[in-house]
Design a binder for this molecule. Structure first.
Ligand SMILES: Cc1cc2nc3c(=O)[nH]c(=O)nc-3n(C[C@H](O)[C@H](O)[C@H](O)COP(=O)(O)OP(=O)(O)OC[C@H]3O[C@@H](n4cnc5c(N)ncnc54)[C@H](O)[C@@H]3O)c2cc1C
Ligand code: FES
Length: 277
């Protein structure tokens, strides 16, 4: 059976609230004969009968299979229906689709992750994979830093995971657009955190968030001396087929579902970057 067209059924094993709007749905494919693998950065088309289908990034590492995490923000009809589901309910998945982050090139490099909001979801898959790989000496990365921006302190997602990452030596910097009375941390856009960041020669930057954020982060990284070939971004467009057939997800010269969602900035034209916002 072709899994690109026909959804595989999965069962929700666990639901982890990340903030008021985002929950992580930990799912497992019911049919154990299906061989499912993916690479960090790839996405699935998630479906619920009579509600529709949407692209969702896989937020867990391939090392956690057969469990697959989907961190979903309540946005419209489908995601609201998923948020109403309980443990044991079923979701359809097609995929995995799209390009991935080049994790095979990360050994002995400094990794700088820059995320805004739900944009941390696909990057989380990479971070967890790198932490797992760091147990294998020849694949170890030199360092991992994360700059993460949220609208307000209550919008910070994945706080539990972030704490674990810090315990494992990841250098984490959080910022919020608007603070509340309990917030003692940085206030401002995630780009401003980059002002205090020194990027070494052998740094790879991985960026995901709202398009306007991605564009200003690219500009800032370039000003800091990062080469286009060392900056990777992941992009979103509304999708229908998820596999290059319908043309619904084009960004100027590219289809986000097959040429992306992960792009090296060196592969984007000026028009593509202008179209980001
Ligand atoms: C590669 C990729 C990865 C993604 N990963 C994640 C993820 O990990 N987590 C996550 O929560 N979301 C993710 N998304 C976004 C998710 O696919 C959308 O939010 C999806 O539309 C939600 O479906 P829905 O039916 O709940 O909401 P929708 O009914 O689609 O509505 C969501 C919002 O989009 C607007 N909208 C609807 N249709 C269109 C359209 N044709 N053009 C412009 N705006 C429109 C609506 O007005 C509303 O504000 C990803 C998208 C892509 C392309
Ligand atoms: S979603 Fe159909 S071509 Fe990309």
């Amino acid at each position: 059976m072709n899994r690109s067209f026909i959804p595989a059924q999965t069962v929700i094993r666990e639901i982890i609230p990340e903030n008021d709007q985002i929950s992580t749905f930990r799912i497992e494919i019911i049919d154990k004969t299906i061989l499912f693998t993916f690479l960090p950065g790839q996405f699935l088309m998630i479906s619920v009968p009579h509600c529709g289908e949407a692209a969702i990034s896989i937020s867990s590492s391939p090392d956690a299979l057969p469990l697959i995490d989907l961190s979903i923000r309540r946005a419209g009809k489908l995601t609201t229906a998923i948020h109403a589901m309980k443990k044991g309910a079923q979701l359809g998945i097609r995929g995995p689709f799209g390009t991935a982050f080049p994790v095979e090139t990360f050994a002995a490099r400094n990794l700088l992750f820059v995320a805004g909001g739900i944009g941390l979801a696909p990057l989380k898959s990479v971070i967890d994979h790198c932490l797992f790989q760091n147990g294998v000496e020849e694949d170890a990365v030199l360092s991992i830093s994360l700059l993460y921006g949220s609208r307000s302190p209550s919008d910070i997602a994945f706080q539990r995971v972030i704490n674990e990452w810090q315990e494992q030596g990841i250098d984490v910097h959080l910022t919020v657009d608007e603070k509340d009375e309990h917030w003692n941390g940085a206030v401002g856009r995630v780009t401003e955190l980059l002002d205090d960041t020194r990027t070494a020669n052998n740094t790879t930057a991985l960026v995901c968030g709202p398009p306007v954020m991605i564009r200003s982060v690219i500009d800032r990284l370039k000003a800091l001396g990062c080469e286009d070939t060392d900056i990777f971004i992941t992009l979103e467009r509304h999708m229908k087929c998820g596999m290059g057939l319908c043309g619904h997800c084009h960004l100027d010269s590219k289809l986000i579902c097959t040429d992306g969602p992960v792009f090296s900035v060196s592969a984007l034209t000026t028009m593509d970057v202008m179209e980001l916002c």
